[in-house]
Write a protein that binds this ligand. Structure first.
Ligand SMILES: CC(C)(COP(=O)(O)OP(=O)(O)OC[C@H]1O[C@@H](n2cnc3c(N)ncnc32)[C@H](O)[C@@H]1OP(=O)(O)O)[C@@H](O)C(=O)NCCC(=O)NCCS
Length: 252
């Protein structure tokens, strides 16, 4: 149904929204919505057609940015409707002070986009405290060499390559996992932290999980536990990472 509805919204003979897929992750209970989109089919009137408000900052941006923002907010809208159709029908997801999406009360969520794909993950806040999603195209080998030491230590990269992952897959996975962790924790910590704040410490390939450990200093500064489990999916050309969970109850 969704596909059919979305495909009707075609522009200049090219549909903006392509296939839409939604599911609930059995491992986490998180609702995921993913859609393909084509920036070449974008025009500003699609905002009204898809029921998305265009913030001023986005109106001032280039069409490519307007298109990816629209795709992200469109999947967010569908994901919220999956969560509670009547409650979130007319809700708009605003933009926070550091680009973080502003979810309605009672919701935790996250958005990511690549060239032609937008994804959103949401859950009820009573079931989950933090949630971050990232989808990343495989980083080209040349770029890997340029950014490897910024994203991860040699030890972290070896942890993954020792289990047979290529240099590109290993670095893209660490990069994507850390971005998902950043998006998950930013709304709680309000601190723009870098890649050196988390270390990949355990890869369980058969479970598709990567454990990220915060530095002692950062965890103590924000009263956080140190270890976070990132669940990943390895596609042929992309990697998706989701870091989500509940903070432990404080010990009295
Ligand atoms: C903010 C950042 C994570 C976005 O990632 P990206 O690969 O550029 O883009 P993605 O498409 O995956 O994600 C973009 C979406 O992330 C979300 N996002 C942006 N800033 C965010 C923040 N501070 N907190 C939570 N979510 C945020 C937004 O929804 C954004 O899309 P939108 O602007 O259209 O709403 C990235 O640009 C960045 O600054 N990274 C450095 C910080 C970091 O990753 N540290 C690693 C810690 S271990």
């Amino acid at each position: 149904m969704r596909d059919a509805a979305a495909k009707k919204m075609s522009v200049n003979e090219r549909p903006f929204v392509g296939t839409v897929h939604s599911e609930t992750d059995a491992r986490t209970g998180v609702r995921h919505v993913r859609c393909e989109f084509d920036s070449a089919g974008y025009q500003a009137t699609l905002y009204a057609e898809l029921g998305i408000a265009m913030p001023e900052a986005i109106a001032r941006s280039v069409p490519k940015r307007q298109a990816e923002f629209l795709a992200g907010r469109y999947v967010a809208r569908l994901a919220l409707q999956d969560l509670a159709p009547a409650r979130y029908r007319d809700v708009q997801v605003g933009i926070g002070e550091q680009r973080n999406p502003l979810w309605p009360d009672g919701v935790v969520g996250s958005i990511s986009h690549m060239d032609r794909v937008a994804v959103c993950a949401v859950n009820h806040r009573v079931d989950m405290d933090y949630l971050g999603i990232d989808v990343e195209a495989l980083i080209p080998a040349r770029v890997c060499r340029e950014i490897a030491t910024i994203v991860a230590t040699r030890q972290e990269r070896e942890l993954l390559s020792n289990q047979g992952l290529s240099e590109r897959v290993a670095l893209t996975l660490i990069f994507s996992a850390k971005e998902s962790l950043f998006k998950a924790l930013y709304p709680s910590v309000r601190d723009y932290f870098g890649f050196e704040v988390a270390e990949a410490v355990e890869l369980r390939l058969e479970e598709q999980t990567l454990v990220l450990r915060l530095t002692e200093h950062f965890a103590a500064k924000h009263g956080l536990t140190r270890d976070y489990v990132c669940q990943f999916t390895l596609g042929e050309k992309w990697i998706q990472s989701v870091t989500c969970g509940k903070f432990p109850e404080p010990v009295c």
